[in-house]
Write a protein that binds this ligand. Sequence first.
Ligand code: ADP
Ligand code: MG
Length: 396
Amino acid sequence: MTTPSPAIAAARTLLTEVTGREPAGVWSAPGRVNLIGEHTDYNEGYVLPFAIPHRTYAAAALREDARIRVTSTFADEPVEVALAELDEIFPTLSAAPAVPEWSAYALGVAWALRALRPDATTRGLDIAIASDVPVGAGLSSSAAIEGAVASALNELWTLDLDPVTLAQAGRRAENEAVGAPTGIMDQMASMLGRADAATFIDCRSLEAQSVPTGFTPAGLEVLVIDTQVKHSHSTGGYRERRDACERGAALLGIPSLRDASVDDLPRAAELMDDVTFRRVRHVVTENQRVLDTVHTLAEQGPRAIGDLLVASHASMRDDFEISVDELDLAVETALANGAVGARMTGGGFGGAAIALVAHDAVTPIAYAVTRAFADAGYGEPHIFTVRPSDGPRRDA
Ligand code: ADP
Ligand code: MG
């Protein structure tokens, strides 16, 4: 089957370099692609992501003292603090935390787990991170690092917490320790991944259900087109969209946009300014598209979901306004060259698009997109295929 990632050895080696010891184990969690359901998670709506083969690995070992040290192949230097200090470092919502941002993902998970189980989380640890999830590409390297660290801590601290609780700890780390106002989708997608299935998540109840995608038997592949345009969640656009959604829900007199349906849109148009209305319309129609996609996959199979993916992209481009020219070009070129469907995926403002394509069309479409980017004067995109994959595991 698949060969083990070199990142497993990289994490082990890094831990040994920093501590002079062997790790007690290596744990990993995957990145994710969102098949459909964008910016619906924090509106308590529906999403349909799947975990990808790219994973982040955490080599870890308990220490004799009560300090935690994290290191990453991605960073210049390890970061070490006393476990008791975590409560002072996070959450300092008004000020930037006193640790480098990358380390707040891992340390924030430790902090969130300590809040859940203060009694069981007193031993210090060393953690070394290596990853093959592209960072900042909309494939959720952040949920992957949170999931890998949460899995390691769950076992080394013998917490025995379930995947949804670990996902919530990851989200808390990202929201409160890092300060990125993201929803629960990424962590749930990573923690609940299953081979050849997407995860249908109700982001209000956190109920989740594996939905077989049937891509492989239908001769389909998912092409990821990473535009290499970097996004950042902590800044402007993402927060502005969240605020618009909250404003829209308040004007409609409902707790969240989850409680609105397509039938409410004419009333919404009367109640709010055009920009807020279009933000609302994206979320409301996107929730419906997720439900339609789940239904269509089960009733008609994956070749029938193309139009829903295309409609989702148009809604993000025109109503939610989170696409960029590179993403639009990737989607248009994939469709013009025979993709079943295509859309940008992830938070937007850069990152990646996905295209659902027949096996034989992978190479021609990848070539066409690369050509189109060159012709437009854009940087070269990074293009690869992904299969829906399993969630966290212990690798060594
Ligand atoms: P995405 O989740 O789409 O990749 P985010 O901005 O949400 O993008 O998360 C990326 C951030 O997560 C990085 O800038 C870094 O701070 C942190 N991160 C991700 N992977 C690693 C890693 N392997 N080592 C250290 N930090 C990482
Ligand atoms: Mg992220």
